[in-house]
Design a binder for this molecule. Structure first.
Ligand SMILES: Cc1cc2nc3c(=O)[nH]c(=O)nc-3n(C[C@H](O)[C@H](O)[C@H](O)COP(=O)(O)OP(=O)(O)OC[C@H]3O[C@@H](n4cnc5c(N)ncnc54)[C@H](O)[C@@H]3O)c2cc1C
Length: 452
């Protein structure tokens, strides 16, 4: 048998972080990405929460990530008339609770880091490969691309985003296709970046709260990262690609709304370096795997980005799936004919561990997005007038978000060089070389130290 090999479809954040995890696990893989090279100007921000920072540390990516991130300590909430009404040290508190910082990145730079640092990147990542078909057979898979090329492997990891082709292909051949569309859009996002203006405050995330909308502007070292979250009149499950005219129309609608206490949106928009408008789907798909196919990232768990949890969920999913695959490959041997049933067991366990947690992140993100976008009168009164006095965001951080972050799973076979813990103890303690060896005694069975 040829050695066990994974074909990852999608070279976005989820696909690349999965590649890093597999590389450390000693599992061979190739990545098929439909786009050409990454555009280093593209995207808004992407932040890592402390539990994902642990995985970055395990993967040897933390040092460089630290160099390119922008520190954030505060969130400044702004009323629609530009009045700053609440400054919270929520990100500072996150560091105190969990040891690692909430790290803000330009999405393009984070993606570039994942791409450049992928072991054997040149031979493993294939750009301009749009996957159109997957053939599954008893011993493996054949993945076919739009240009007619094909790649053979033992299994597929679909990491091709919310409008996933792999998910569609998987569901089309499933004996029990899902009964309804899992992802629904209530908000559209207009997002991008602009040069950092001299009067943007250091280490701050501005957030305008208004009726049926919110605007965020994260201040990075050299850029500002903006997002308008605009509520649709009616939620939809339809897909839509916005035209330049539609984008310009939404920007014009928001031109006079405050984005910082000193700047209206038009001040940011007029100097934007890059922008994009898209549906922000929310939801959790029913089935995360099929025959020799498993899904990771936005294609199974898509959430409002306000709290910055989307990619973080992909990081943890990549770690959990890799732990399972590595144990199977260690047990069976790299060149064994690993059966569809054996893979299915690993995929089912991955879904069992991750799905309930991902659902909580989807729900928390939805609630946060709706409360700052004053979805109803109660949200408005609580958010604008009561929240600042009781420091509601800190209560939410400590009561809802931190307990989820604390549970974040890590790779169960790698140590953390820069292990950190804050006032809240990690549910899954540090992996040390000794624990890893112990865990591998007895056919690579999972250590009791790391439980889901
Ligand atoms: C404005 C905004 C801000 C955000 N901020 C944060 C944040 O602070 N923190 C956070 O954790 N998350 C954040 N997110 C969410 C985060 O960006 C996503 O969760 C993340 O990008 C998901 O990665 P993915 O790889 O699953 O999907 P995608 O980013 O959609 O990548 C999918 C990749 O697959 C490729 N592809 C698609 N179809 C095919 C095919 N048929 N064949 C081959 N390749 C294919 C695509 O070209 C793409 O490269 C934010 C999102 C937005 C919109």
């Amino acid at each position: 048998m040829p050695p066990f090999k994974v074909i990852i479809v999608g070279g976005g954040p989820a696909g690349l972080i999965t590649g890093h995890c597999l590389a450390k696990a000693g599992i061979d893989f190739e990545v098929l990405e439909s786009r050409d090279k990454h555009d280093l100007n593209a995207g808004a921000s992407n932040a890592l929460w402390p539990h994902s920072v642990r995985v970055f540390d395990q993967l040897g990516l933390l040092e460089e990530a630290t160099k390119i991130h922008s520190p954030v300590d505060y969130r400044q909430s702004i009323a629609p008339d530009g009045t700053p009404f609440y400054k919270s040290d929520v990100f500072k508190q996150t560091r105190e609770l969990h040891g690692h910082s909430f790290m803000l990145f330009h999405r393009a730079e984070l993606l570039d880091l994942l791409d450049r640092r992928l072991p054997d990147r040149a031979s493993r990542v294939h750009n301009n490969k749009k996957v159109t078909a997957i053939e599954t057979h008893e011993h493996g898979v054949k993945v076919v691309c739009a240009d007619g090329s094909a790649f053979e492997g033992s299994m597929v990891i679909g990491a091709d985003g919310a409008n996933s082709t792999v998910r569609r292909l998987m569901e089309e051949t499933s004996a029990q296709p899902p009964k309804k569309e899992a992802m629904k859009t209530t908000y559209v996002g207009l997002y991008g970046s602009c040069p950092r203006l001299p009067d943007f405050e250091d280490g701050i995330f501005y957030e305008t709260h208004g009726p049926k909308y919110s605007i965020q502007l994260g201040v990075g070292n050299t850029r500002g990262y903006f997002v308008i979250y605009h509520r649709l009149d009616q939620p939809t499950t339809a897909r839509h690609k916005f035209s330049e005219e539609e984008k310009a129309a939404l920007a014009a609608e928001y031109a006079d709304r405050f984005t910082t206490p000193e700047h209206r949106f038009k001040d940011i928009w007029d100097i934007a370096l890059w922008s994009h408008m898209a549906h922000i789907e929310e939801g959790l798909t029913e089935k995360w795997y099929g025959e020799r196919i498993v899904l990771v990232g936005d294609n199974v768990h898509k959430m409002m980005p306000n709290a910055g949890f989307g990619f973080n969920n992909a990081v943890i999913s990549a770690a959990v799936l890799t732990n399972g695959l590595r144990r199977l490959v260690l047990e069976k041997g790299d060149s064994a004919d690993i059966s569809t049933e054996e893979l299915t067991k690993v995929f089912a366990e991955y879904e069992r561990i991750r799905k309930p947690d991902a659902k909580k992140f989807v729900d928390v993100s939805a609630a946060y997005a709706r409360s700052v976008a004053w979805d109803n009168l109660l949200f408005r009164v609580v958010d604008r007038y009561i929240g600042p006095y009781i420091r509601m965001d800190i209560l939410l951080l400590k009561g809802l978000m931190s307990p989820l972050v604390r549970q974040g799973l890590v790779l169960d076979f790698l140590d953390e060089k820069d292990f950190r813990e804050g006032s809240v103890k990690w549910k899954n303690p540090r992996q040390t070389a000794t624990k890893v060896r112990e865990a591998e005694d007895g056919n690579g069975k999972k250590s009791d130290e790391q439980s889901a």
